[in-house]
Write a protein that binds this ligand. Sequence first.
Ligand SMILES: *Cc1c(COP(=O)(O)O)cnc(C)c1O
Length: 578
Amino acid sequence: MLDGFLSRPCVAYFSMEIALRNEIPTYAGGLGVLAGDTLRSAADLALPLVGVTLVSRAGYFRQEIDSLGGQLERHVTWEPQRWAQALDAKVAVRIEDKPVWVNAWLYVIESRLGGRAPVLLLDTDLPENRPEDREITHYLYGGDDAYRLKQEMVLGFGGVRILRALGFEISAYHMNEGHSALLGVELMRRFAYPADDVRPGESLYDLPRVRDLCRFTTHTPVEAGHDRFPYGLVKRLFASSVYGYNDHQVPKPGEPGTEHGPIEFGALTALAGDESLNMTRLALNVSDFVNGVAKRHAELSAKMYPGYQVRAITNGVHPFTWSAPSFRELYDRCIPGWCHEPELLLRVHGIPDADILAAHDKAKQALVGKVQALTGVALDPQAATLCFARRMTAYKRPEMLFTDIERLKAIARQHPLQIVLAGKAHPHDEEGKRLIVRLHEHARELAGAVRVVYLPDHDLDLALLLVSGADIWLNTPLPPLEASGTSGMKAAFNGVPSLSVLDGWWVEGCIEGVTGWAIEDAATLYGKLEQVVLPRYYESSDGRHGWVRIMKSVIGTNAAYFNSHRMMRRYATEAYLR
Ligand SMILES: *Cc1c(COP(=O)(O)O)cnc(C)c1O
């Protein structure tokens, strides 16, 4: 089954979440979508990558919303056998001194261009495991600290072991965020010096060799956002897989999962922090290539971690996945080769205006139809449509647009305006859930003046409808908390300009009045909407030529650059082949 994937060395791409397809709920938001786009581009470009993640059978939740905006969370299990093939390798990871058996499913990403990328979905739901261990790979970001650490042990330790058991030759390990940093510990164990060769005070592990193999992409712009685990918990779960903190713990070689012996506690704290196991610190210390996801984010990370060189490889999105069917057809017809080489989109300026408008109208009709089907609300296909859809959490500030309801009504009296919202709040994010309730209140306050709809269950399919059916894509994060952001890049593939706070990728992507507009706060948001954006949208004296010129600039400038093919070519030349 793996024939064809084992013939040359691969880069192993580890991510706690990967958005493979809409039917498979193994992602929560932007991080997982990026991981999926990374592997989709690898398949398009025939780069040898193998993805490694958890099977997340019960996945992330499906969101329902009651009439007052209350979020209801439903777990829907998916069936790996429907989409993936069972592989026959099995490895053990020791948790609390018991072997937890891990096997893997193979999901194959098939590129439109003929390439393929394998993804291993790690699974502990095996009859030989204890009932509670069978659930370790069930819930994405579910449970308490202990559950999360067990998941990260299965991902980091189990992932490295199963790659070897399956016969992969790995030339580099790429950690997409710190969740998989324990893979570095597994490699240290693999590259431990024979005990007799180590003199007192010398390192027990060939750390340079580990670093030479590891790459780390950080996504979190603030210290508080990082995954960390108390060492008390680490000692309990690692048990005799770690030694040196407690003389009673004697490693027991020879049992399943002990092939490489235990790790010394002092070596772990030296790399992961003295107070707690900080997964970002660990990842930084086991990798010799570290990057942030946009230029500003890399600068910020370099300040946060003095002594580490943090490079910038700005994120991108997958061209085919994030273009609406009408734009795929248009690009296929007018810009052949765009799926392989999205830089060609700079030729968009040769496409007749009417064709761009027709492709957009189709995408907008699809969104209008979906809104009608989901909410019963009939949007006006002629009216300027502002969309905001992403994870609902405080720093994204979804309420900024509703700061002054009377002002918004006044703007809409001059220039018709309608608003479409969507997004899930993490089940533990109480503020995120309250935001959804308050957005529903604002929708009621605006009734009769501005149509506002909130679409439930934001997923890949809905996201494509939104980023292509919008006229204007809104983003209002609190700087510097948006490390990159990618939904505005998706909008760019559909000619939709962004109206956004300058943070993350938008610092690089905004050319004022050409690819969209920068805002700082509610006042500048209202000011620009009223004075610049909506007047331009409704300008008809020149046959909408001005607006189409913006749409073309968005495609020819931002889609041509902020795509995952450019990102992967950079990873290949700067990170993987170094
Ligand atoms: C792209 C995407 C996101 C990320 O959106 P941001 O605006 O970058 O935060 C979240 N959820 C889904 C379903 C997406 O497709």
